[in-house]
Design a protein around this ligand. Structure first.
Ligand SMILES: Nc1ncnc2c1ncn2[C@@H]1O[C@H](COP(=O)(O)OP(=O)(O)OP(=O)(O)O)[C@@H](O)[C@H]1O
Length: 275
């Protein structure tokens, strides 16, 4: 895979307190990376450094071409503009034509159950709704690199499912995803490489591709009064009248048992690595 971004000996301090120390990282094309770690360990700081929003105290960062970045912050500022006005302006900045902007706003706001709120001032929208507006803005023009700071923290379950589906679609189209998150199921659904930030250092936790662990696609149908188990929340993608979930080999038996117990019908199982 071709390298897209490299971080060389990145150190960052706030008021003499070292948050990140001598980090080295290579981001390659088609990668999907997650940063995890406890509150305040430096995930947002690292995302902002990669996005070029803040300059690290020491070290350097190299971009191998000139990628289009989109950044979804954890908290979105409250504004007087309505979501529609904001998205229209951002679409223009991304050089999309007016017709395309209208189509994208309509389609994406329907997908994210936001149509009713498009014309309310953004200062009156909830944290989760503002996050959706920010995600829609990031999706209007496909970026080369999408940075997401705890994107699910304010989202309801239906929106999480849509969101995971959209992100996997972007991955297939070649967008590099880099996100900070706490939710294991989100990392399992979207990321191929997971790093933990701990005590100013970066540790690689998981590399699905090199670990050799197999992945399966499970296909389910809703049964009468089926309920979604907590462990599967946000992992299902709706495909017509069927529901799809990608799982690792070592968790598949437990998840299938759990789903069947909650009234779901297993309709198929495929090897995800040979799709
Ligand atoms: N502008 C700033 N000035 C001073 N300290 C800051 C600044 N931004 C962040 N910090 C501090 O740096 C540390 C890392 O913050 P950061 O937001 O990167 O952590 P995080 O891992 O994203 O946290 P969370 O999971 O809670 O979002 C925290 O102790 C935070 O208080």
């Amino acid at each position: 895979m071709q390298e897209l971004i490299t971080l060389n000996n990145i150190t960052h301090q706030y008021q003499n307190e070292t948050i990140l120390q001598d980090l080295n990282l290579t981001v390659s094309e088609h990668q999907s990376i997650a940063f995890t770690g406890h509150n305040g360990c430096g995930k947002s700081t690292l995302l902002k450094i990669i996005a070029g929003l803040i300059r690290s105290t020491q070290g350097s960062i190299r971009y191998y071409r000139d990628p289009l970045f989109h950044y979804v912050p954890e908290r979105f500022p409250k504004m007087n503009l309505t979501a529609r006005q904001y998205l229209s302006r951002m679409g223009k900045l991304d050089s999309l034509d007016a017709g395309e902007v209208c189509r994208q706003i309509k389609k994406l706001s329907e997908d994210f159950f936001l149509s009713e709120m498009l014309d309310l001032p953004m200062k009156h929208l909830s944290k989760g709704t503002l996050q959706k507006v920010s995600v829609i803005q990031a999706l209007m023009k496909r970026p080369d690199v999408l940075l997401l700071d705890e994107p699910l923290s304010g989202q309801d379950t239906d929106s999480q499912n849509v969101f995971i589906e959209k992100l996997n679609e972007l991955r297939r189209q070649g967008t590099v995803l880099i996100m900070s998150c706490h939710e294991q199921y989100l990392m399992d659904s979207i990321s191929d490489t997971v790093y933990k930030i701990d005590n100013t250092q970066l540790f690689r936790l998981d590399d699905k591709k090199s670990s050799g662990g197999r992945h399966y696609i499970l296909w389910f149908e809703r049964g009468i009064e089926s309920r979604l188990p907590e462990s599967c929340s946000g992992r299902m993608t709706i495909c017509g009248d069927r529901y799809k979930m990608e799982v690792q080999e070592n968790e598949s038996n437990q998840l299938i048992a759990c789903m069947i117990q909650e009234g779901w019908l297993l309709r198929g199982m495929e090897d995800a690595d040979h799709q």
